[in-house]
Design a protein around this ligand. Structure first.
Ligand code: GSH
Length: 236
C-alpha cells in the first residue's frame, strides 16, 4: 500500500499531489501524519518534513525524489519529456520552482507573521524570488504550460511556487512580481485552469485559511512553542 504524508498548505506536498492527480493514481492514500512536528515523527524521519511517501512502511522523503520515483514506477501517463533533452528542460524548470522560488518563499514565510520583520531576511530572500521570477519569464512556455505543450513535472513544481508568491509574498511587504512579468502572468492564469492544478490550488487556499485562523487565535504560536519544547526535551 502506498500513502503520501502531506498537508494542505505544504507546497512541496502539493507538488506531489498535483502529479498524483494528473496521473490518476487514485490508489495512493493522501493523509496528514498525526505525529507531524513531534519527536516521534523526527525519530522515524530525520529530516522531519513532508511530503513523505510510505511504501508498505518504507519511508521516502523529499518531493523531487518522490516525484521521480512515481514516474519510474507509474510511467504512464508520463509527466517527463519525449526525449532526454526535453526531460532535462522539465527538470531545470522544476528546480527553478523548487530551489529558486519555493525554498526562498518557504524561508520567507515566517516574516509574514512576526511582530517586527527582519528586513535583511526579506531583502535577501525576497530579492532572490524577484530575480528568479525574471529568469522564469525568459524560460516559461508561451502556450499555457511550463514546456512541451502539455502538463509535466515542471508545472507540478511551479504551480505551488506561484501560489506562494501571489498569496504569501505580499505579507512580507514586497509586491508580487508576477504581474510585471507578462509571460509568467499568462502562464499562471492558464495553468490554474488545468484540473490537477485547480485541485491543489483549492487545497492550498483551504490550508492558508486554516493557518490564518490559527494565527489569529494565537493557537499557531502555542502549537509551535509546544513542538519546539518537545523537540528540545527529546534531544537532551
Ligand atoms: N526539500 C523538501 C522540503 C519539504 C518541506 O520543507 N516541507 C515543509 C512543509 S511545506 C515541512 O515539512 N516543514 C516542517 C519543518 O520545517 O519542520 C522537499 O522537497 O520535500
Amino acid at each position: 500500500m502506498m500513502k503520501l504524508y502531506s498537508g494542505d498548505l505544504s507546497p512541496y506536498s502539493a507538488r506531489v499531489r498535483m502529479q498524483i492527480y494528473a496521473k490518476g493514481l487514485s490508489h495512493i492514500i493522501i493523509e496528514r501524519p498525526t505525529d507531524f512536528g513531534t519527536p516521534k515523527f523526527r525519530e522515524r524521519l530525520p529530516i522531519g518534513r513532508i511530503p513523505v511517501l510510505d511504501i508498505d512502511g518504507d519511508l521516502m522523503p523529499e518531493s523531487e525524489v518522490i516525484s521521480e520515483y512515481l514516474e519510474e514506477v507509474f510511467p504512464q501517463p508520463s509527466l517527463l519529456g519525449a526525449t532526454p533533452r526535453e526531460t532535462a528542460h522539465i527538470r531545470t524548470l522544476a528546480r527553478l520552482g523548487d530551489i529558486y522560488l519555493m525554498n526562498n518563499m518557504f524561508m520567507l514565510s515566517p516574516q509574514t507573521r512576526v511582530s517586527s520583520r527582519n528586513e535583511g531576511i526579506v531583502e535577501l530572500l525576497g530579492g532572490q524570488v524577484v530575480r528568479n521570477v525574471k529568469a522564469l519569464e525568459r524560460m516559461i512556455g508561451r502556450d499555457g504550460f511550463a514546456c512541451c505543450g502539455r502538463l509535466t513535472l515542471a508545472d507540478c513544481a511551479l504551480a505551488p511556487a506561484l501560489f506562494l508568491i501571489e498569496n504569501v509574498l505580499p505579507g512580507t511587504g514586497l509586491d508580487n512580481p508576477v504581474p510585471q512579468n507578462r509571460n509568467v502572468a499568462s502562464y499562471w492564469a492558464a495553468i490554474q485552469q488545468q484540473e490537477a492544478a485547480a485541485r491543489i490550488l483549492a487545497e492550498l487556499h483551504r490550508g492558508l485559511e486554516e493557518r490564518r485562523e490559527l494565527i489569529r487565535t494565537g493557537a499557531f504560536d502555542r502549537m509551535m512553542a509546544a513542538s519546539k519544547a518537545a523537540m528540545e526535551a527529546a534531544e537532551q
